[in-house]
Write a protein that binds this ligand. Structure first.
Ligand code: TPP
Length: 299
């Protein structure tokens, strides 16, 4: 089945939800759910996607599947419970899915997420990473990169971005991948792998440019996402049973300054910080290449 066939499927998310113009998260959610289909239960914690109406504030659900609203802190553990309940009912075919922001995943909900991964519960957990607590006014999160402006880091964040996909891979769960809305074929194939994964936990980490929080024109959302990959700022790879594989190779990367210069959130980032960012990107790419050789199991 081609990607176009998948993208032509009917939406399970209703039209008219109130995401910002140019929101790449909405596009990601619609696409992911086209792949996973109607036999799914969706958990959306507080955040942009919770706020825009997918959970159905007006009692006319914004989705044609069951959606519920866990706390910012407990998305994964609620899904673990659901999975057990379905198991007891003999309904193993239902996809139990989280669609959660980076704040809900790398910070506030990390304990629940790490616990569910450590137990290898059969959950599909998708983190949409817009690099901050965007719904509540652009506060910094553990996923905000060093040097970036947020409302709580007015002169640029001092710490580097938490490398969440690598952290999740070190739980040695069956499936981890990074995805981008600018590489739809790659994204669809990865969601399909998660859908087929019956062995346990699947974690997908999507980098989603945020028009308001990052400061760029709405029509450039996908271009910015593509630049993040082409500069190797956000490499696309997967880790299947401990084996790393770069799915979109970038043999001739653009300098990270091509990406940074497009985003207002980096307008106060110094030359020194930019050099450091490039060095970190080069180092992480080398590490990824090395992991491709040895995997998390060192085999
Ligand atoms: C424990 C707790 N602290 C704070 C909040 C308030 N809150 C609601 S949404 C949100 C932002 C969530 O950020 P993120 O998960 O990154 O999603 P995004 O807003 O970027 O979509 C916050 C802080 C909350 N709901 N629960």
């Amino acid at each position: 089945m081609s990607v176009l066939d998948v993208l032509d499927r009917p939406d399970v998310i209703s039209p008219g939800i109130s995401a910002c113009v140019g929101c790449s998260v909405e596009l990601t959610l619609r696409t992911v759910m086209k792949v996973l289909g109607r036999n799914s239960v969706l958990a959306i914690p507080p955040g942009c996607m919770g706020g825009v109406g997918v959970v159905g504030w007006d009692k006319k659900s914004g989705a044609e599947i069951p959606v519920f609203f866990p706390l910012l802190t407990n998305t994964a553990s609620m899904l673990s419970g659901l999975r057990l309940a379905y198991k007891r009912q003999g309904r193993d075919g239902i996809h139990v899915v989280a669609f959660a922001g980076d704040g809900a995943s790398v910070d506030a909900g990390f304990q629940a997420l790490s616990g569910a991964a450590e137990r290898n519960d059969r959950i599909i957990y998708i983190c949409y990473d817009n690099e901050g607590y965007m719904n509540t006014g652009y506060q910094r999160s553990g996923a905000t990169p060093k040097g970036a402006w947020t409302s709580t880091t007015p002169y640029g964040k001092l710490q580097i971005k938490k490398d969440m996909p690598r952290i999740m891979a070190d739980h040695r769960i069956p499936y981890v991948s990074t995805c981008s809305p600018a590489y739809m074929k790659d994204l669809v194939e990865k969601v399909e792998k998660a859908k087929r994964n019956k062995a346990g936990f699947s974690y997908l980490h999507v980098l989603n440019p945020c028009v308001g929080g990052w400061g760029f024109p709405p029509e450039e959302s996908i271009e910015i996402a593509r630049l993040s990959v082409k500069t190797r700022y956000f490499p696309l790879y997967e880790v299947v049973n401990g084996e790393y594989h770069i799915t979109v190779d970038i043999p001739n990367p653009l300098p990270v300054s091509d990406y940074v210069s497009r985003l207002k959130k980096f307008s106060r980032t110094s030359e020194v910080a930019l050099t450091e960012m490039q060095e970190l990107i080069d180092q992480q790419w080398q590490e990824l290449k090395a992991l491709e050789q040895v995997g998390v199991n060192g085999a």
